[in-house]
Structures are given as C-alpha cells and as structure tokens.
Design a protein around this ligand. Structure first.
Ligand code: SAM
Length: 231
C-alpha cells in the first residue's frame, strides 16, 4: 500500500541547520518553537480541548534528509558512532518513510490569526513539516519501568564556559532574544560534535537563532568562543 500524506503545519524553530540540534526533545527546554497550522487545519475547532494537555506528540517528516534514503543498519551516536544497530532499533533520521516522532511541551495555543501552537524543547529543524498532533496521555504512555536499550539514561553533559568575547558579542547585539544564552548553554552541554571527533584545536560553528555560535571542546569543557550576530 502507498499513502499520500498532507502537511498539517510547519515548525518555526531557532535551529537553522541540523548540526547542533539536540538528539531528542526536552534536552534543550529553552528552545522556543512554534507550530503554525496550515489551511484547512488552521481552524480553532481542530485544536479545541488540546489546551488541557501539557504535552503533545508530533509526527513529522525528516524533510532535509528524506531524499538520502535509508540503510538496514545505522551507527547511533550513543554507541560511539562505530557499533551498528538495526534502523528500527534506532531513532535515526535516515529511515524508511523518513518519519519522526517527538514528545514536546505545549505552552499555549494562539488562535488570533489561524492556529499556532507554542512549544518548548522540540528537537526540530526550522521548516520541518508536521503530519499529525496527538495529546500525550500520561497514564498509558509514561512507563518508568521500561527498558531503554542502549540509551538507558541521559547522555553525559559537557561543562559550558563563555569567553569574555562571546559574552560581549551577545551583550552588544540590540536584538538578543532573552532565551538565547540559556539555549546556547543547553545545546553545547549536549556535545553536538560527531561521535568520532575529538580535536581540541578545532573551532566548530552552529547556526542558532540566526547567529553563528563558535566554540571549541577540550576534555569535558566546551568554551563559547565567539558569537557572530546578524548585522
Ligand atoms: N525525536 C525524534 C524521533 O525520535 O523521531 C527525532 C530524533 S532525531 C535523532 C533528532 C535529530 O533529527 C536532530 O538532532 C536533528 O539533527 C535531526 N532533525 C530534526 N529535524 C529534522 C528535519 N526536519 N530533517 C532532517 N533532520 C532533522
């Protein structure tokens, strides 16, 4: 069987590129994300009652990588980037049908013009097409006794420090979003480097909220070196 699916909405997020996006939702709760519903789904009736739920499941398409296809075996970053597991034992982006599923916090719903959901902590690229929204039902879906396979527990975090230059860069930008410094801390603490990379001399860059955040990693300390803000 083949199916044709409709995009019901589009994500607006501070993540302008794949690199740096946390590998799961809730790891960077400061990321303000909105989901703008598209016609004919952008009617208040479609979300009536949803505001009573604190969290929602989003089904979406890994649109940026979908065209690259899939492989039966993948190398999850949590296993160091070398060991392989089956694609269906992973949350890898390169998978049949390129479907993603994220549990995100629902902060509010704006129905003043169309319908926009205010979300927190999503692990989604700006422009991600969303296929469906479902409320999260804790009494059936929260299973603290469940086995987590090779991702049993949160990943180790890096300590984040800021250079005086990076602090000054952010302070000198007239339009600094109030959440940006916290988001940079949360994103870099996740160690966004590819699993096999450990080069203390290397300067990395992440596009975040239209800024270029440059950083280096030595041991378990990440240093924000410079932030190039929009002109
Ligand atoms: N929570 C979802 C899941 O389990 O299906 C996504 C997990 S996936 C490992 C998270 C990664 O997907 C992010 O770190 C980012 O690199 C990537 N990503 C997010 N949005 C994407 C998009 N629209 N297209 C391609 N890759 C995307």
């Amino acid at each position: 069987m083949r199916f044709e699916l409709d995009t019901i909405g589009v994500i607006h997020s501070p993540y302008q590129e794949k690199f740096g996006i946390p590998r799961q939702p809730a790891l960077a709760p400061s990321a303000p994300v909105t989901l703008e519903l598209l016609p004919p789904y952008n009617q208040p009736d479609c979300v009536r009652g949803l505001e009573a739920f604190s969290h929602v499941w989003l089904s979406f398409v890994f649109h940026e990588t979908a065209a690259r296809g899939w492989q039966p075996l993948v190398r999850p970053p949590r296993l160091g980037g070398n060991a392989k597991v089956g694609v269906f034992a992973s949350r890898a982006t390169h998978r049949p049908n390129a479907l993603g599923l994220s549990l995100v916090e629902l902060k509010g719903i704006d129905t003043s013009t169309g319908v926009t959901l205010q979300l927190a902590g999503a692990d989604l690229l700006d422009g991600t097409p969303v296929l469906d929204i479902k409320p999260y039902i804790p009494f059936v879906e929260a299973r603290p006794e469940a086995r987590g396979g090779f991702v049993d527990g949160p990943p180790p975090q890096l300590t984040v420090q800021w250079s005086p230059r990076a602090r000054a860069d952010l302070a000198s930008w007239a339009d600094t979003p109030p959440w940006l410094a916290a988001l940079i801390d949360e994103v870099l603490a996740q160690d966004p480097r590819p699993a096999y990379q450990d080069d203390p001399a290397r300067v990395y860059g992440i596009r975040l909220a239209h800024c270029d955040v440059r950083f280096g990693v030595q041991g378990d300390v990440v240093t924000v070196l410079e932030i190039v803000t929009p002109a």
